[in-house]
Design a protein around this ligand. Sequence first.
Ligand SMILES: Nc1nc2c(ncn2[C@@H]2O[C@H](COP(=O)(O)OP(=O)(O)O)[C@@H](O)[C@H]2O)c(=O)[nH]1
Ligand SMILES: [Mg+2]
Length: 286
Amino acid sequence: MSTTKQIQWFPGHMFKSLREIREKIKLMDIIMILLDSRLPMSSMNPEIMKITAHKPVILLFNKMDLADAKVLSITEKEYQEMGYYTLKIDAQSGKNVDKIHGLAREVLKDKIEKEESKGLKIRPFRTMILGIPNVGKSTLINQLSKSSATKTGNTPGVTKAQQWIKLGDSFELLDTPGVLWPKFTDAKVGYHLAITGAIKDRILPEDDVCHYALDFLKSYYPKRLYDRYGITQDMDYVSMLNHIGNTRGALLKGAEVDYDRVYQIILTDIRGKQLGGLSFDRSETL
Ligand SMILES: Nc1nc2c(ncn2[C@@H]2O[C@H](COP(=O)(O)OP(=O)(O)O)[C@@H](O)[C@H]2O)c(=O)[nH]1
Ligand SMILES: [Mg+2]
């Protein structure tokens, strides 16, 4: 994948957002980087790893409910070995969101002890929530703001600095977009991003995306593919599409298969977990 293509896909506002992050980073107590659990490598922006190298960071593997738990745990360990604190979450249901503050306290333990020994009261941690488009930033922000035990008034520090948004009692969020572009290693990553909805459907031709998706499922999750659609191993791509179109009634007038609808069926099924938890980033595919 050429650099030109990459820049087309990830337009100016993402570069601007990175610049803003770089400028504001010194104000932060801790940084939250959201990764997509189905793509924990491709959803990590390479620049942000450098920018945050000397800051406390927690990696939140969001959409854990959509990933293949076994593969995810392996990748999580790899990140931990790199020195990252990690947590798997499902921001939509709220699963593990209540553990984020505890993890942040653990990461900031020394600083907290120092402040407490001076008799200082621990204030909410200042943070940024960063991640690629659609990874779940807004969903997490909503969950964290709900998680307040006591919805009391603002602390003076908050009202003074308008750009800080209070997230429950635990965090103050800097009002930056926090949108990063994903890591591109090769064309496969583009397909993974398209399948999971991180890049818009119209960027890559749906036909190619579905072709890739069915081949991928055939290699890594054959039983689930065959069970879901009644497909057999000997079917090639077009036969699979025809089979799905016919059995699902995705037909045009004259009983011709409506391929656009078949693509939608496949992508909607994958994204909606009809084929179970899937992991696209795996050492073999990167
Ligand atoms: N299944 C699942 N869906 C999620 C999760 N978190 C977010 N979503 C969905 O992912 C989509 C994008 O989320 P959003 O918060 O808008 O992403 P943002 O672009 O990073 O702000 C929405 O449809 C959310 O409902 C999660 O943990 N699990
Ligand atoms: Mg958002």
